[in-house]
Design a binder for this molecule. Structure first.
Ligand code: NAD
Length: 323
């Protein structure tokens, strides 16, 4: 079996690829990664020279290249995206291009070649903000940022491709993900690497925004369940089960780095900042047996230790473009 993985040099895509390649069974898939290597992607995330891995440096909007790769693939797992909300507020063009146009380019090619399942990786942010309770998959989409609006557009195009043309599309919508190899612009790696460098960390507004945290290994396990056991045309929420305000998370990261609250700089709130995200992941639990296995406190400590031990990984990335 041959899997095309887009965005496989980024944070979650590379964790997914490393997990697939670590599987020693004879029927483990061969993987082709298609990645543009934007500021967020790096080959240092992938096991160079692995016999079951091919890397193609390219753009998911390049229809000819995508067509050629799709012709040779049995299935697709589509991670490639512009993924940082703050950058989408600065400028939405790249988000619309990659997240919307790039997704449609892949869907068109998958349709031509009958490639499926096509697992489209999306985010809980497409639902917008909610005060209480958790969103089920059928909740209407109400994205707030250009990032989440572009992801919602891509979700709808993917689902429309199933409904209209019958392509085996499956969509995952997941919580905020943390773990090793995350580009140091998102809150966990940004704060940890700033603290390790002796800098202050920028906390938005009053820090009361709440996010549900999902370890990258659990996220990848959920994606694999959707790919192998999910149903065509279905959406699966994948949650982590640990809701924290940004202020609570900051306190945990300060403690883990041996720093105090004097290292926090309060900055103006993000424009349009969603207050709370929370997905109801009972569908993935009941249908696929999904359940996050990672204990948050231990996994956060392990993540902090990884950044402490891998300055050679993040220092060059931070110099080349962290926010
Ligand atoms: P990331 O920014 O770390 O990685 C994105 C990867 O896509 C990079 O390797 C980049 O080079 C590549 N890429 C970007 N534009 C491309 C293009 N035009 N063509 C080919 N490759 C391109 O992102 P991530 O955090 O690993 O997120 C992966 C997916 O998961 C995204 O679709 C994101 O929306 C979704 N997601 C992320 C989170 C999270 O908390 N990080 C949570 C839920 C869902």
């Amino acid at each position: 079996m041959h899997l095309l993985v887009t965005g496989g040099a980024g944070f979650i895509g590379s964790a997914y690829v490393r997990a697939l390649l670590a599987d020693p069974s004879p029927d483990a898939p061969r993987v082709t990664v298609l990645d543009k290597l934007t500021y967020a992607g790096t080959l240092t995330n992938l096991p160079a020279g692995h016999p079951r891995l091919d890397f193609v440096h390219g753009d998911i909007c390049d229809a000819a290249l995508v067509d050629r790769l799709m012709a040779d693939a049995d299935q697709v797992v589509h991670f490639a995206a512009e993924s940082h909300v703050d950058r989408s507020i600065e400028g939405a063009g790249d988000f619309v291009r990659t997240n919307v146009l790039g997704t449609q380019t892949l869907l068109d090619a998958a349709l031509r070649h009958g490639t499926g399942p096509f697992v489209h990786i999306s985010t809980d942010e497409v639902y917008g903000s909610l005060d209480t309770g958790s969103w089920p998959e059928e909740h209407p989409l109400a994205p707030s940022s250009p990032y989440s609006a572009s992801k919602a557009s891509a979700d709808l195009l993917a689902l429309a491709c199933h409904r209209t043309h019958g392509l085996d599309v499956r969509v995952t919508r997941s919580s905020n993900t943390y773990g090793p190899h995350q580009f140091p612009e998102k809150i966990v790696p940004l704060f940890v690497t700033h603290l390790l460098e002796g800098l202050k960390v920028p906390l938005y507004g009053d820090g009361r925004n709440v996010r549900d945290w999902l370890h990258v290994d659990d996220h990848c396990r959920g994606i694999e369940l959707v790919r192998t056991k999910g149903r065509p045309g279905e959406v699966y929420n994948l949650g982590g089960g640990t809701e924290l305000s940004n202020r609570e998370l900051t306190g945990l990261l300060l403690d883990a780095c041996g720093a105090g609250w004097d290292r926090v700089a309060y900055v103006a709130d993000r424009k349009g900042h969603d207050l709370r995200y929370s997905v109801d992941w009972s569908k993935a639990r009941d249908e696929l047996g999904y359940r996050p296995r990672r204990h948050f406190a231990g996994s956060l400590a392990e993540t902090v230790a990884w950044y402490r031990d891998h300055r050679d990984w993040w220092e060059p990335l931070k110099r080349r473009g962290a926010g």
